[in-house]
Design a binder for this molecule. Sequence first.
Ligand code: MN
Length: 448
Amino acid sequence: MTALNSTHDPARRSWIDSANLSDADFPIQNLPLGAFSRDGAARAGVAIGEHAVDLHALFDSGLLAAGSDAAIACEATRDGTLNRLMAMPQRYASALRAALSDLLKSDAPQRARMQQRADALLPRIDTLELRLPCEVGDYTDFLTSLHHTERHGRYKGLADPLPPAFKSLPIAYHGRASSLRVSGGDVRRPNGQYRDANGQIVFGPAPALDFELELAAWIGEGNAFTQPIAVDDAHAHIFGYSLLNDWSAKSIQWFEQVLGPFLGKSFHSSVSPWIVTSEALAPFRKAPVARAVDDPPVMPHLHGARDRQQGGLHLELHAHLSTRQLREAGAADLRITKTHLDNLYWTFAQMVAHHTSNGCNLRAGDLLGSGTISGADDAARACLTELTNAGRDPLRLPNGETRTALEDGDEIVLSARATKPGAVSIGFGECRGRIAPAFVPRPTEVAA
Ligand code: MN
């Protein structure tokens, strides 16, 4: 695990005022990495308060010592993606973080030089077109909340709602990397095959559209083909984390699913743009929740002594809903989910160890989703299927609207915050998406 250092110092403040607000997602202790477009070119950056440091401009500024690990790390991002930096040993990203923290702290000697070049070095985040932080080669989605899995098993009427493998290994499927999109904008309702209310198999706009609140790990240095990663070495391979909304067309999924999810998931998945690094999260490490006494013992290759002490995070996650009617009435988003990372039965280190246990190689930029982070409490149900008891108890909104599934115009915003006494709380920004109507298949034109 990453040791605490001066970048975590809770007394450290920035000369960028918006970073010092108590509810800031991006205080100087966070410094998450992302990417954006400027004048048509891709740029990598680091968020601080309401601003982003343009790493391309920072490298050109001469503010980083030439030849230092920080400068080498910064130069590795000059193609506007983080893949090369992510693939490097973590000390490079760590050196860049330390250098940025020193440049942005309130008593930084270089403050005046940076302020003079604020437009080049420090654009406002809300003026930027954010991009995926890296090219994602492979995307894997796990299923690690016992409560989410059990509830779905009950909805399907299974005698044993938990699959036999659930407590032996972190269950997963291979997702689709090409349709991952950064937060914001439209999420087009997919067309697909499903069984309608009369039991007929039809093709059309999928009615039962849902969100899934997840956390996702970005892989840093990969492993060699055939060489598994040990649980307690996994953290050296996790570059950081983002929020993930695994949009799900349940009507398609329930009809098609034999070999695992396919078109019910692959139409669109949203990630938050800023990668909160493993190093930034170091102060918020905690022991994961212990397994029940009558659970099967963890196999040796999924057990790590350090993971048992440090594999969890003090991290609360939220989902908010707004509808077209609520927005037109000027109403605020409604918080519909409040959950905690403690609701995962497996840790990310165990997911990495399991994923590579057969020799499969992970590569820098791969994304590993946790699965829907539902808890036992009603408030901690992290998708609409659970929030509505599979449609039996519609969600009732204060303006009289009801929902059993997402309608066109509905918007979901995911957020998360790491909090621990004695540490400066850090956030993840948001993962936002609004449902747009399905494309209507064009009818065959008949010649007049
Ligand atoms: Mn999922």
